[in-house]
Design a protein around this ligand. Sequence first.
Ligand code: SAM
Length: 284
Amino acid sequence: MPERARTSSAHISPSAHYTGYVWYRHRLADPAFVTGFGRFVHKLLWPVTWGARAGFGLDIEALLLQRHLQIDAQLRAAIEQGGVRQVVEIACGLSPRGRRFCTRYPHLQYLEADLPAMAARKRLLLHGEGWLDGRHQVCAVDILAERGNQRLAALFAELDHSQPVVVITEGLVNYFPLALIEGFWSRLAAELRGFSQGIYLTELYPDLHEHPRYRQLRWGVELIGRLTRGSYPLHYRDHAEIVAGFQRCGFDQVQVLDPSADAVSLGLPATRLPGLVRVIQAQV
Ligand SMILES: C[S@@+](CC[C@H](N)C(=O)[O-])C[C@H]1O[C@@H](n2cnc3c(N)ncnc32)[C@H](O)[C@@H]1O
């Protein structure tokens, strides 16, 4: 796609304030990660989230926690069992994961990245708290860029390609049509091939037609689309389509995890409904 015609996705950035506030509410983040806007949107949406829980048994914050904690668990395993020492978190928003993991693993190199305005905000936040240093940095990236200094290749240029790397995206991929996000995944898989080992972790909301709350899920994604002035397409219908999709993009091994099945081991209450979110661990 020519650079000039590139789609802008800056309209998505405000959603990071909401999730940032959710991580704080559940004691995953320091107060420094809270913004007035995040607190305001959380309050504004409270009747909706309360209604979804009381009326349909859909707990939106539990759903967010499932994906966040499952990604944490996969990352911990990659560090502790796989010897990973460098992590790149794309679309980091106001997520506290970089801070939490740098505190827990003093040898870790952690590069957070987001669109320029959000990256600047995150850099200021971390710098203001004295949390940025040589091993914890923030960069600008645009996953849609195929040229220029915000493209993926520029983000990875400074990393040690002789060592394994984990790349994370959270709360990003369902904001884009499948063809666009598969383009990003293909570019990412190609970049990861340049490392001794490359692991990609992301969450994904599939189009689960058979789910007992499918109708409410469609309302929910419609609402997210309206609030972020875009759309929120669901990708792939089942496990087999997810695996095939990631393989088409160049990933050799694809693991599809349902965090609701692991809820108790993630420290979350067991759920009665089948899971709505999947965490994908894809490797080249
Ligand atoms: C819902 S927030 C998720 C933030 C964080 N990962 C979390 O889970 O709390 C979506 C994030 O994607 C970022 N984003 C949107 N378009 C992007 C793009 N083209 N390239 C990189 N990041 C992007 C936004 O700026 C925002 O921080």
